[in-house]
Each structure stands twice: as structure tokens, then as C-alpha cells.
Design a protein around this ligand. Structure first.
Ligand code: CA
Length: 226
């Protein structure tokens, strides 16, 4: 299982995240400040790092630069700052992904999986399970209650993108940019059509949704109905 170093000065968050991730089978090391964190990264050689941007001894962005000087380990930044400029600065400094606080441990774990999958040179990639849906991103196979789902490539990409952000509302524009790679132009109707196809294959409708929950005027999220 993947090893995680979490650098977070808020003891409550650090211990909660460490406990939940450990329950899910991750090997977790916690650090309460930047220098301890750097030491843990060197000693534990983790598969992924979770980094709080507001640390007592060093700015998270500075620590990120120091981490990047010694290792390519994927870093997921946890930030209370939601300004676009700060996010861009963070990603420019070498973060692989970010989460804006407050976030759920489930959201964090979904990001960790996504980052680990991207970085995985190794063939063993965790599957994504949401209720009765099981997704193997590497094999590009998805099942519903152990029955194979016959998904088109875009439907599959859409499902994976939403599953990696379980419980988080994603806008159609974001889906256009990230799944269809069309940040400008491109019709949001395309997204609507694929969502309705995906719904059908998941055995639901917009009126009676189970997994795909529309948030009117905002977007859509995948939820675990159980
Ligand atoms: Ca902090």
C-alpha cells in the first residue's frame, strides 16, 4: 500500500487524516512543521506527500521548492487560500494537485489516488469504488454490481473524473476543459448528453438520480448512494 507523509501543523486535522488513511491501508507518517516534514520525506521516501501551505516555521510554497530540489514525489497541497492566483502559484511551485480547506478525508483520498495513478510507473493501481460501481482506471474497465458497464471512452473518462472527486460539485465548464480538453468554446450540451447517457447506463434518470446528482446552476457531482 502507498506510503503518505502528511505535513500539517493542526494536530486535529493531522491525526484525523492519519487515522482514516491508516484505516484504508495507507502507511502514514505525520509531521507538524516544515523541517520535520522534510526529514520524514527523506527518511520514509513516501509515494505521496500532503502539504499544508500554512506552517509555523516556513511558508508551504518555500517548503515545496525544497522538496522539489530533492525528489519528484507527488505533492498534494492543502490550502485555506482559494484565490486563483495562489492556486496557480502553488501549482507552478511544483504541486501535483491541491485541495481547498475544509475538505473531507474522502476527497483527500480521491486526490491521492488520482495523483498516485498519474505517477504510477508501477502496474499496481488502486481501483475506485463508489457504492456498487467499481472502476479500474488502468484497464479502463468499470462494473456496476459486478456487471460490466459498456461505456464509450468519453463516458469512461467522465465517470473517472467525477469518481476521483466524489462528493465535489464539478461545473460543466470544468468538465469541458478537463475531460474534453476544450477550455474555450465547445458546447456544454455535449456534457449534458454524455451525462444523460452515463445516467442511463447506471440505471438512473435525472428525475430519479442515485449516483449523478445535479446541482442546479452549479454542475454535477458523483455521490455514494449507500
Ligand atoms: Ca496550518
Amino acid at each position: 500500500m502507498a506510503a503518505v507523509v502528511i505535513i500539517e501543523d493542526d494536530q486535529r486535522i493531522r491525526e484525523l487524516v492519519a487515522r482514516v488513511l491508516a484505516d484504508k491501508g495507507y502507511e502514514v507518517e505525520g509531521a507538524a512543521n516544515a523541517l520535520d516534514g522534510l526529514q520524514k520525506i527523506v527518511q520514509a521516501a513516501p509515494d505521496v506527500v500532503v502539504l499544508d501551505m500554512g506552517l509555523p516555521d516556513l511558508d508551504g510554497a518555500e517548503l515545496l521548492k525544497m522538496i522539489r530540489a530533492i525528489t519528484d514525489v507527488p505533492v498534494v497541497v492543502a490550502t485555506a487560500r482559494s484565490e486563483d492566483r495562489d492556486v496557480i502559484r502553488t501549482l507552478d511551485a511544483g504541486a501535483d494537485d491541491y485541495l481547498v480547506k475544509p475538505f473531507s478525508v474522502e476527497q483527500l483520498e480521491a486526490r491521492l489516488r488520482a495523483v498516485l495513478r498519474r505517477s504510477a510507473a508501477e502496474s499496481h493501481v488502486p481501483q475506485i469504488v463508489v457504492g456498487d460501481i467499481r472502476i479500474d482506471p488502468n484497464a479502463r474497465v468499470a462494473t456496476l454490481s459486478d456487471e460490466p458497464l459498456q461505456l464509450s471512452p468519453k463516458e469512461f473518462d467522465l465517470l473517472v473524473y467525477l469518481a476521483e472527486r466524489i462528493g465535489t460539485v464539478v461545473s460543466k465548464r470544468q468538465l469541458m476543459a478537463e475531460v474534453w480538453r476544450q477550455p474555450y468554446g465547445g458546447s456544454e450540451k455535449t456534457v449534458d448528453v454524455h451525462i444523460s447517457w452515463l445516467r442511463k447506463k447506471l440505471g438512473e434518470s435525472a428525475a430519479e438520480s442515485r449516483y449523478l446528482e445535479t446541482v442546479y446552476g452549479v454542475g454535477i457531482k458523483l455521490v455514494d448512494p449507500s
